[in-house]
Design a protein around this ligand. Structure first.
Ligand code: UD1
Ligand code: CA
Length: 455
């Protein structure tokens, strides 16, 4: 059956106390709504309608590259009113699936089950039993266990409030039913809103079967209204991601202290220590180990690499058996070959470092190409910027750069050259030779220290 998804995302999120629309609040580094849309992408829907209101322009812009039918709800008159805005564009025969922009952890499998439960002629509501159901709409059932209606907490009697089965807000049913019932909604209730939940009672009256289904885990139903709930959902997602890594064979020293904000792909026998944050798309090949307190974004690290503590890696590619850190910073467009060592307090930007080379201590390598088996001494700096333009430094294979060298780009150092420590290299250094560029040392014979003058 063709599927039309409607995502409600017009609410302001007053309780977030933020200028950012609620559905744009970051969850695991991405807007909350991005998570819902990613789940929707797995459902093969014919179309996805997103109802927006508060911060509509910002929401639209954020997802400009998505195939979304945007629907504006000028005034937020309730969830029923929100769905009503999208309905005219939906074909009667389609199944409509209503999702919330602020319920981001629901899984595609759960939604497929819900759609199946609705069938071609029924209605299905996703429900959950909560220890603390406060704030949610409650599922009211008759003595035979059949759903009779959903009652909002603010309209509920004391007995109804004691019900622990709650409405997650997510429903599925044929669009033509929705159209019929939503047209009859009234706002005669405690909040003066058009409640989507009132259609359940109407379905029962019309003799349409009302089914319920439950997610595998209640975290799927968590809604985000305030920052505490946002933090809770963040923690739940962290745990979900960590479990997926553990199940795939990754060693996590502490599963609660690894954040995956994006996609992390790992080979066999990968070990990740505590307080590591991954962003964007990261790939770690077999036997990679990541030390504590690292930040890695949009990078690939090949097999048998060791990333030592407190290292930052952004948009870099690291070849096999290399060792990076501790306290290293690899910036975008860094290509590190195999068996390379980038040591502590070394910053590398837009540079390639060849196989077996070492930059072990306190260096800045920017806009450079370093060959194979090069040793870059401590405190070597590529002076790549003249205040206006960036220039390249090219170092051949087997070069030895003495400590404390400034390489003033554009400059080339030929293969097998040696640069004397403390040099400031402003011209190309020839192949195979020793180049020294520093003031010659001299000592003053008979020089005396000044003496303290008598007062
Ligand atoms: C709603 C349900 C409640 C359920 C709970 C689950 C109704 C009447 N109540 O309550 O039964 O237990 O969700 O989390 O449906 N929205 C709009 N336009 C509006 C109003 C809301 O787009 O005019 C959007 C919000 O942005 C949000 C979603 O709909 O994404 C839910 O609205 P919210 O006001 O948070 O509903 P709840 O009071 O949480
Ligand atoms: Ca809510």
């Amino acid at each position: 059956m063709p599927l039309s998804i409607v995502i409600l995302a017009a609410g302001q999120g007053t309780r977030m106390h933020s200028n950012l629309p609620k559905v744009l609040q970051p969850l695991a580094g991405r807007p909350m709504l991005a998570h819902v849309l990613e789940t929707c992408a797995q459902l093969n829907a014919n179309e996805t309608h997103v109802v927006i209101g508060h911060g509509a322009e910002a929401v639209r812009e954020t997802f400009a590259d998505h195939d979304i039918r945007w629907v504006e709800q000028a005034k937020q008159l309730g969830t029923g009113h929100a769905v009503a805005q999208a309905l005219p564009a939906i074909s009667d025969k389609n199944t409509a699936l209503v999702l919330y922009g602020d319920v981001p952890l629901v899984r595609a499998e759960t939604l497929q089950t819900l759609i199946k439960a609705a069938g071609p002629a029924g209605l299905a509501v996703l429900t959950a039993s909560l220890e603390d159901p406060a704030g949610y709409g409650r599922i009211v059932r008759d003595s035979k266990g059949r759903v009779t209606k959903i009652i909002e907490e603010k309209d509920a009697t004391k007995a109804e409030r004691a019900i622990s089965e709650i409405n997650t807000g997510l429903i599925a049913c044929r669009a033509h039913f929705l159209k019929t019932w939503i047209a009859k909604l009234s706002d005669d209730n405690a909040q003066g809103e058009y409640y989507l939940t009132d259609i359940i009672g109407m379905a029962v009256k019309d003799g349409v079967a009302v089914h319920t289904s439950q997610p595998d885990s209640v975290v799927e139903t968590l809604g985000i209204n305030d920052r505490r709930q946002l933090a809770q959902v963040e923690a739940a997602l962290r745990q979900r991601n960590a479990n997926a890594l553990l199940d795939a064979g990754v060693t996590l020293v502490d599963p609660l202290r690894v954040d995956v904000r994006g996609r992390l792909e790992c080979g066999h026998d990968v070990t990740i220590d505590i307080n590591v944050v991954f962003e964007g798309n990261v790939k770690l090949d077999d036997n990679v180990s990541i030390g504590p307190n690292c930040y890695i974004r949009d990078s690939q690290i090949e097999q048998d690499c060791q990333v030592l503590p407190n290292t930052l890696i952004d948009s870099a590619h690291i070849g096999p058996r290399s060792q990076i850190g501790p306290f290293a910073r690899l910036r975008p467009e860094t290509f590190v070959g195999s068996e390379v060592k980038v040591g502590n307090f070394v910053e590398v930007k837009k540079s390639a470092i060849g196989k077996g080379s070492k930059v072990s201590h306190l260096s800045y390598i920017g806009d450079a190409k370093i060959g194979k088996d090069v040793n870059v001494g401590a405190g070597t700096i590529t002076c790549n910027y003249d205040g206006v333009n960036k220039h390249r430094t090219v170092i051949g294979d087997n070069v030895f750069v003495g400590s404390g060298t400034n390489l003033v780009a554009p400059v080339k150092v030929g293969a097998d050259a040696t640069i004397g420590a403390g040099s400031t290299i402003t011209k190309d250094a020839p192949e195979g030779e020793l180049t020294v560029a520093r003031v010659r040392q001299s000592s003053v014979k008979g020089w005396k220290k000044p003496e303290k003058k008598a007062k």
